[in-house]
Design a protein around this ligand. Structure first.
Ligand code: DC
Length: 218
């Protein structure tokens, strides 16, 4: 049987990874966080003083090895053998990642990783272009969106750090969505055949129920 691919695309901070993990648990599939690849690459390039305006050569990309391990409901990200799971969520990576993610050489690198993961595994993958570009024939496609204010409030609670202002999180989210949806290559947009869910007024469980009932009805 061909592997099942479930694509969870959508705007920043709409709970895509939470939903993707819940679906992976439910069906005992593997999980990949495509944004974490872009974040880990961004971390590596920042650490090596490479700018998003620079051309990223194949020899630089060849020095980057990223592994995602999903075990016991937890995703760990390794960059060249080091656990960077927390580090890639930092502000510096968050504000730079969209500019690196625009670059075709970086996108090709990530596509290769994602497609090879899907060769032998049924997968749930969250991202921006999974249902449109990476796996246009995905078995199920979902697209999550929400009011930026609500997204910022939820993220702010999650970060639980009073020194980080709610307004700066909201600004970062809006800016990132704008960069992601206006880029030329693989912009953030709903696939025509994706099921859209506005999560603004929904709890995690309510979103999950909508996703499950859609999967069961298909
Ligand atoms: O899902 P995330 O917020 O961790 O993603 C970080 C950034 O990576 C996002 O702002 C844009 C980029 N990204 C992308 O371009 N394509 C994807 N499929 C996933 C993420």
């Amino acid at each position: 049987m061909d592997p099942v691919i479930i694509a969870i695309d959508g705007e920043a901070s709409t709970g895509k990874s939470t939903q993707a993990k819940k679906i992976a648990e439910k069906f005992d599939y593997n999980y990949r966080d495509s944004g974490a690849y872009y974040r880990a690459i961004t971390l590596y390039l920042i650490q090596n003083n490479i700018n998003s305006n620079d051309n990223i050569s194949q020899s630089v990309l060849n020095q980057i090895s990223i592994e995602q391990v999903y075990k016991d409901k937890k995703l760990s990200i390794y960059l060249n053998g080091n656990d960077v799971t927390q580090k890639i969520r930092g502000f510096k990576v968050s504000v730079n990642v969209s500019n690196f993610a625009k670059k075709p050489e970086i996108r090709d690198f990530v596509y290769e990783q994602l497609r090879s993961s899907a060769k032998s595994n049924s997968l749930v993958i969250d991202g921006r272009d999974i249902g449109t570009v990476v796996f246009p024939n995905a078995t199920f496609k979902f697209f999550l969106l929400a009011d930026p204010k609500i997204r910022a409030e939820r993220r702010h609670k999650q970060i639980n750090d009073k020194s980080v202002k709610l307004e700066s999180i909201e600004e970062e989210i809006i800016l990132r969505d704008n960069t992601d949806s206006t880029r030329k290559i693989a912009p953030l947009k709903k696939a025509d055949d994706a099921f859209e869910i506005d999560v603004t007024l929904l709890t995690i469980e309510q979103v999950f129920e909508k996703i499950l009932s859609k999967i069961k009805s298909q």
